[in-house]
Design a protein around this ligand. Structure first.
Ligand code: C2O
Length: 577
C-alpha cells in the first residue's frame, strides 16, 4: 500500500513537472534583449606589411566590431555609408525568418546603400547558438568589412559542454597589399584570374612570419589547466584554410552556429564562410605555442597565396612573458597545401549531437553542377580584355547558368512587388546536358549562358540538392553557401554522384547541419532542407572570385498560409536602386 502511494506520488510530481516544463517552453521569454549598434562604413588608414592603405572598415576597426548576443535577442544595426563605394551588410548564417529584407546580399534582397545613405537592419536570432559572422556583400568589400557575431545560449540555458573559462573569436582573413576593389576590377577588365592575396591574417594581423608584422602579432592568453573556447571563422575572401595549434588538441563542439557531437583533432579545415567552435585545454608545459593557418589549395596548378599566418597561444604562467623575445613559440606542422585526405577526414568527422529529423520524403530533387568555365573572347573585344587561358575570359556557373545580378531592383523587391522583367523562374533542376562531370569535359560545355534565373519553391517543400563539382578548366573544392537556411549534409564523395550506389551512403541519423558545405574537389555533396522561410535566397560559392564569375543561383520561396509563414513587409528605409 505504502509503495503504491509512493508510486502515485511520484507519478503526480512527474506529470506536474511535465506540464510545467511544457508551459515554460511555450511561454514567451521576456528576457530577450534588443541590441542597437551603429556601423559607420568608412575609409580608414590601416598599416600592414610595411604599407598603409586607405582601407574600408566599420567604425574604423579592422576586423570590425564583435557583436555578442544571446539566442532569442534582436539586433538593430544602422549602417551608415561614409565610404565611396556602395555597400550592404550580410549576417552570414542568420536564418532571418520572414525578415529576408535584412539578409543583405546586394541586388538579391536589397539595393546597395549608396555613399552618404544609410539602412537599418533589424532581425531576431531564433534557435541559433554558437559562432556566426557578418560581412559586406557588395563587390569585394568583405575583404576588410567583416566581424564576429557571437550567439550565447539564452540566459539560464547552458552550453552542451562544460562552461569554458574564456572565449576567443579568431577571424581568419586575407590581406592584399592593394585596394581589393582595384584587384577585382582589374580581373573583370582583363578576364584573367585576380591577383592572389599577400597575407593571411588572424584577427586582422598577419603575424610573425611576415615583414613589419611581428610587433603586432595577436596573443591569446591561457592559464595552465584551463579549458577555453575558440570561435574560428574563415573570413578569407578566396581561400580554404587549414588551422592548427602547436602541441594542442582541438575538441570540435560546433560549426556554423550549430552544435556537433564533440570529436578531437589536431587540424581543422574551413572554407570561406564556415565557422568552427573548438575547446582547447592548456595542458602543455607553460610556454608559447603558435596558432597557425595556411591554404588548403585543391585546384591543380592554380596560383594561390602560400604564406602562413600565426598568432601566439601564451601561457600566462610561462616563465618568460610577451616582452621577452628569447623563447620562440613552438611551431606546429601544417598539412600540405593539397592535402585533400586531411580536409576530407575533417569534414567527414562532423555529426549532429543526436538523432535529427532529416526530411525523408523529398518534394524537390535537384542536381546542380558547380564549376568554372571559359568564355571565348567576345567578337570585337580587345586582346587586353581576354587574358584568361588561351585568350579567353574566366566565368563560372551552376547548371550551365552564369548568374547575373539585376541592377534596377533587388530580386526580393521584384518578387514581392511583382515587377516583371527582373528575373525568370526557369533555373533548371538538372544540368541541361548530362556529361562526365569530373572527367574530361568537352570544350563545347565550357561556356555557360548568362542569366538571372531563380528556382521557385513552395512553402514547406522538402528539398534535396546534389551539388556536383565539375572538371571544367579544373576541379576544385567549392564552399557552397545557402542564405536563409541551415541544411543537413547527408553525404559527400569523389567523382560523379551515382544515385544507385551513393544513396546508400546517406546519413539520415545524425548528419551535420551547416549553412556552408565544402563540396569536395572533383566530387559531390548531398544536402537537404525544408523551405520554411519565405523570400529570395541566394546560393553561391563563398570564394568571392567565383561569385564574381557567376557561381550562384537563387531560390524563390513562396509564402505559406497565414502571417507566420509570410514574408514581412519591407522596412520603410529599404534602399532603392
Ligand atoms: Cu557569407 Cu552570400 O555570404
Amino acid at each position: 500500500m505504502e509503495s503504491f502511494r509512493n508510486i502515485v506520488n511520484s507519478l503526480c510530481t512527474f506529470l506536474f513537472l511535465g506540464i510545467f516544463l511544457h508551459f515554460a517552453s511555450s511561454m514567451p521569454r521576456t528576457n530577450a534583449k534588443t541590441h542597437y549598434h551603429d556601423f559607420v562604413v568608412q575609409a580608414t588608414p590601416v598599416k600592414r606589411l610595411c604599407k598603409t592603405h586607405n582601407t574600408i572598415t566599420v567604425n574604423g576597426m579592422y576586423p570590425g566590431p564583435t557583436l555578442e548576443v544571446n539566442n532569442g535577442d534582436t539586433l538593430v544595426v544602422k549602417v551608415i555609408n561614409k565610404a565611396r563605394y556602395n555597400v550592404t551588410i550580410h549576417w552570414h548564417g542568420v536564418r532571418q525568418m520572414r525578415t529576408a529584407w535584412a539578409d543583405g546580399p546586394e541586388f538579391v534582397t536589397q539595393c546597395p546603400i549608396r555613399p552618404g545613405h544609410s539602412y537599418t537592419y533589424k532581425f531576431t536570432i531564433q534557435g541559433q547558438e554558437g559562432t556566426l559572422w557578418w560581412h559586406a556583400h557588395s563587390s569585394w568589400l568583405r575583404a576588410t568589412v567583416y566581424g564576429a557575431l557571437i550567439i550565447r545560449p539564452r540566459p539560464g540555458d547552458s552550453y552542451p559542454f562544460p562552461e569554458p573559462k574564456r572565449e576567443t573569436p579568431l577571424l581568419l582573413g586575407e590581406w592584399w597589399d592593394a585596394n581589393p576593389i582595384d584587384v577585382v576590377r582589374q580581373a573583370t577588365r582583363t578576364g584573367a584570374a585576380p591577383n592572389v592575396s599577400n597575407a593571411y591574417t588572424i584577427n586582422g594581423q598577419p603575424g610573425d612570419l611576415y615583414n613589419c608584422s611581428q610587433k603586432d602579432t595577436i596573443l591569446v592568453p591561457v592559464n595552465s589547466g584551463e579549458t577555453n573556447l575558440l570561435r574560428i571563422i574563415n573570413s578569407a575572401l578566396n581561400q580554404q584554410l587549414f588551422f592548427t595549434i602547436a602541441n594542442h588538441k582541438l575538441t570540435v563542439v560546433g560549426a556554423d552556429a550549430l552544435y556537433l557531437k564533440p570529436f578531437t583533432t589536431s587540424v581543422l579545415m574551413l572554407g570561406p564562410g564556415q565557422t568552427t567552435d573548438v575547446l582547447i585545454t592548456a595542458d602543455q608545459p607553460p610556454a608559447k605555442y603558435y596558432i597557425a593557418a595556411r591554404a588548403y589549395a585543391s585546384a591543380q596548378a592554380a596560383p594561390f597565396d602560400n604564406t602562413t599566418t600565426t598568432a601566439i597561444l601564451e601561457y600566462e604562467t610561462a616563465p618568460c612573458l610577451a616582452k621577452c623575445t628569447s623563447t620562440k613559440p613552438v611551431m606546429p606542422s601544417l598539412p600540405a597545401f593539397n592535402d585533400t585526405a586531411t580536409a576530407t577526414a575533417f569534414t567527414k568527422s562532423l555529426r549532429s549531437p543526436r538523432k535529427v529529423e532529416v526530411p525523408t520524403e523529398i518534394d524537390e530533387n535537384l542536381f546542380i553542377t558547380v564549376g568554372l568555365g571559359l568564355n571565348n573572347c567576345p567578337r570585337g573585344a580587345r586582346r587586353s580584355n581576354c587574358q584568361g587561358p588561351n585568350g579567353t575570359r574566366f566565368t563560372a556557373g551552376m547548371n550551365n547558368v552564369s548568374f547575373v545580378l539585376p541592377s534596377n531592383f533587388s530580386l526580393l523587391q521584384a518578387h514581392q512587388q511583382r515587377i516583371p522583367g527582373v528575373f525568370t523562374t526557369d533555373f533548371p533542376a538538372n544540368p541541361p546536358q548530362k556529361f562526365d562531370y569530373t572527367g574530361n569535359v568537352s570544350r563545347s560545355l565550357w561556356q555557360p549562358a548568362r542569366g538571372t534565373k531563380v528556382y521557385r519553391l513552395k512553402y514547406g517543400a522538402r528539398v534535396q540538392i546534389v551539388l556536383q563539382g565539375t572538371n571544367i578548366f579544373t576541379t576544385e573544392n567549392h564552399p557552397i553557401h545557402l542564405h536563409g537556411y541551415d541544411f543537413y549534409i547527408l553525404a559527400e564523395g569523389f567523382g560523379n554522384f551515382n544515385p544507385n550506389r551513393d544513396t546508400a551512403k546517406f546519413n539520415l541519423v545524425d548528419p551535420p547541419q551547416r549553412n556552408t558545405a565544402s563540396v569536395p574537389v572533383g566530387g559531390w555533396s548531398v544536402i537537404r532542407f525544408v523551405a520554411d522561410n519565405p523570400g529570395v535566397w541566394i546560393m553561391h560559392c563563398h570564394l568571392d572570385v567565383h561569385i564574381t564569375w557567376g557561381l550562384a543561383m537563387a531560390f524563390l520561396v513562396e509564402n505559406g498560409v497565414g502571417e507566420l509563414q509570410t514574408l514581412e513587409a519591407p522596412p520603410a528605409d529599404l534602399p532603392l536602386c
